[in-house]
Ligand binder design. Structure first.
Ligand SMILES: *Cc1c(COP(=O)(O)O)cnc(C)c1O
Length: 372
């Protein structure tokens, strides 16, 4: 049809600022102790999609509850994906995000797996930039604090037939994030889940798909009942290979000839390809450490620790950056790693990542994206 516009790749947003902005004192009071993901900024972005028309004109508007048809297919059949990354205040007061294009590409691979529309990378990144610019006063300053942005997409079509929906909403919301470990980094105790799996070959494990997290909650509750902070997932087929810790990727640190060797489970299609994981593999090269992506069994983990060949283990992801693993509990018992203390390799990666993100060391890989 000649009246149809070409699919939008450039951001086209109607800007509707809140008529009741918070004053600086009130906002500062709220940011004081934000925790994680409980407090949201004053605006949000909503961009609708319709099959045959593409991405339509969106809105940047006051943060508010949504109106959704009770038959919206996301509520029944669960087409919903998300992303998460952070904006950091720089020493000169400007604001940058960390590798947002990588999140855009991953968002699109999640979209493909869930039969949802892809979004041009430029549109994804500029929609997030627009929200951060509008709410820039919400980006905290201290190192370790940031503004967490959460892009998401879900099916809005009101139809109970089981099929890929024809309409979707893309949203961006943002939440100031405090230091994940306000009392200093503390290793966690993890529970090896032998009853439940997170992802199976051919399934949705490599997508940031909402249902994966719903399916993980019972195992997480079991871990908590065992006194553990997180669950460690094994592969679905052999139940031997370590895949991930909760919603984070895992690294093992071996020592060979007095040098650290990094090992992380390879991306088999059942792991979520973390951007922090990818960045740590790059930093390992910078540090001159050998790094391997391969399968690691739980038996190897336990044996390598008891023989003193493995000196540290840690998990990594956007939210907590790096979380050392201090103790590992399973039905067969518990073992500790590095005396249940944060090891030097985990600490080094954590500091280097935070320094790059906060502009305290050179951005030698071009990871930082200037927003404002
Ligand atoms: C998001 C996520 C990660 C970490 O990805 P980052 O890009 O590093 O934040 C790891 N595992 C799962 C299951 C995830 O959802």
């Amino acid at each position: 049809m000649s009246t149809e516009s070409a699919p939008a790749t450039k951001l086209d947003l109607e800007i509707l600022p809140t008529p009741h902005p918070l004053d600086d004192a009130e906002r500062a009071a709220r940011i004081q102790n934000p925790g994680f993901g409980r407090l949201f900024t004053e605006h949000m972005v909503v961009i609708p999609y319709a099959a045959g028309r593409g991405w339509l004109r969106g809105q940047l508007k006051p943060y508010a509850p949504l109106t959704l048809d009770p038959a919206a297919s996301v509520l029944h059949y669960g087409q919903a994906i998300f992303e998460g990354f952070k904006a950091y205040r720089q020493p000169d007061g400007s604001i940058k995000t960390f590798r947002p294009e990588a999140n855009a590409h991953r968002f699109n691979s999640s979209a493909r797996r869930l039969a949802m529309p892809e979004m041009p990378v430029e549109l994804f990144v500029s929609a997030v930039d627009a929200l951060i610019r509008q709410d820039r006063a919400w980006v905290p300053t201290p190192v370790g604090e940031s503004l967490y942005v959460r892009p998401l997409m879900f099916a809005t079509e009101a139809a109970l037939g089981v099929k890929a929906a024809s309409t979707y909403d893309f949203l961006v919301i943002a939440s100031p994030a405090g230091a994940y470990f306000p009392q200093g980094v503390k290793p966690v105790t993890v529970w090896i889940s032998e009853d439940f799996v997170r992802a199976a070959p051919g399934g949705t494990g490599a997508a940031k798909f909402a249902g994966n997290y719903a399916a993980s909650l019972l195992a997480q509750m079991n871990a908590a009942a065992e006194g553990c902070a997180q669950v460690v997932w094994l592969d679905a087929v052999e139940r031997r290979y370590v895949e991930e810790m909760g919603g984070m990727n895992i690294f093992f640190v071996y020592e060979e000839g007095g040098r650290p060797v990094l090992v992380t489970p390879e991306l088999t299609g059942t792991l979520l390809p973390g951007i922090t994981r990818d960045s740590i593999l790059q930093l390992a090269k910078d540090f001159g450490y050998r790094a391997e992506e391969r399968k690691v069994t739980f038996d190897e983990w336990r044996a390598a620790v008891s023989e003193g060949r493995m000196t540290e283990a840690f998990a990594c992801g956007t939210a907590a950056v790096i979380t050392p693993i201090g103790a590992v509990k399973s039905r067969e018992g518990t073992f500790t790693i590095h005396n249940n203390e944060t090891g030097p390799v985990a600490a080094r990666f954590r500091e280097e990542l935070l320094n790059i993100q906060h502009g305290l060391t050179s951005d030698r890989h071009g990871w930082m994206h200037t927003v404002a």
